[in-house]
Ligand binder design. Structure first.
Ligand SMILES: Nc1ncnc2c1ncn2[C@@H]1O[C@H](COP(=O)(O)OP(=O)(O)OP(=O)(O)O)[C@@H](O)[C@H]1O
Length: 246
């Protein structure tokens, strides 16, 4: 079981359109060579959301313009007040997950609900000429990497081909004990979920620092780490004409 925190921005999609990968008719100018997705990974509590927010997704983002978006995940949980289908999530019935496993890059079951990212959701962002950001855990990264490695002849019908040349960044803590402090201070965990997250963290860090990522960023001081992330993204996406906020 693994999770991503892909979030809202692309247009609502219907069940039938989800079955086709290249069905987006709303693209202004489909790019024949859209920029590859950006994968962010790191143990829970390391500061992935904080860094993405500082670098790309806040009013004071370091990088301008930020042509980065999260894809819209699917979920079987019920919409909360104020949530709109296709915006925060695509709200679907459990059958959608059980009957269409091949549509999903990754899925997770959390508190009795399914969550998942479809290949189409990622492609929709690309077709808007934006860089799709996926916040994946190690299991999701492994799935993606083995899908990419197994591509013999990349074709438009192999969903993994959209991830060719993807950029993989691993965020790591300055030391292990930092994780526990951050998770405790965040006040989002019970003792039980904290324990699970910390138990998983060491093997995630071992994998993340074993040479399989394009870049490793140590989140010691958050401002410094965000600066570092911004520089890495400028280097990874030279064609995007990213500019620094002055
Ligand atoms: N460099 C830092 N120094 C101190 N605190 C930090 C730093 N980076 C993040 N934090 C804090 O650590 C906590 C965890 O950060 P965040 O929620 O961004 O982690 P995450 O990796 O996205 O976690 P998860 O995968 O569980 O969602 C937050 O309370 C955040 O404010």
């Amino acid at each position: 079981m693994f999770t991503s925190k892909t979030r809202a921005l692309s247009a609502p999609i219907s069940r039938s359109s989800t079955l086709l990968l290249s069905s987006s008719s709303s693209s202004p100018n489909p790019n024949p060579n859209p920029p590859p997705p950006l994968i962010i990974c790191g143990p829970s509590g390391v500061g992935k959301s904080s860094l993405l927010s500082k670098t790309l997704f806040s009013n004071s983002s370091l990088l301008l313009p930020p042509p980065f978006s999260f894809s819209t995940s699917h979920t079987t949980r019920l919409p909360r007040m104020g949530e709109t289908n296709g915006v925060e999530y695509n709200f679907v019935l459990p059958d959608f997950f059980t009957q269409n496993p091949s549509l999903f890059l990754e899925t997770a079951e959390v508190h009795g609900n399914y969550y998942g990212t479809t290949f189409k959701a990622v492609n929709d962002v690309r077709e808007q000429n934006e860089i799709c950001v996926l916040d994946l855990d190690v299991q999701g990264v492994k799935t993606l990497k083995s899908g990419i490695t197994s591509l013999q002849t990349p074709t438009s019908t192999n969903f993994f081909s959209m991830f060719l040349n993807s950029k993989f960044i691993f965020i790591t803590p300055p030391k292990f004990s930092t994780l526990e402090n951050r998770l405790r201070n965040r006040n989002t965990e019970t003792e039980e979920t904290l324990k699970t997250r910390l138990q998983n963290a060491q093997s995630e860090i071992d994998y993340g620092t074993s040479g399989v990522f394009d870049e490793i960023i140590v989140n010691d001081d958050v401002e410094r780490a965000a600066e570092n992330l911004a520089s890495v993204l400028e280097r990874f996406y030279p064609d995007q004409r990213l500019e620094r906020r002055r």
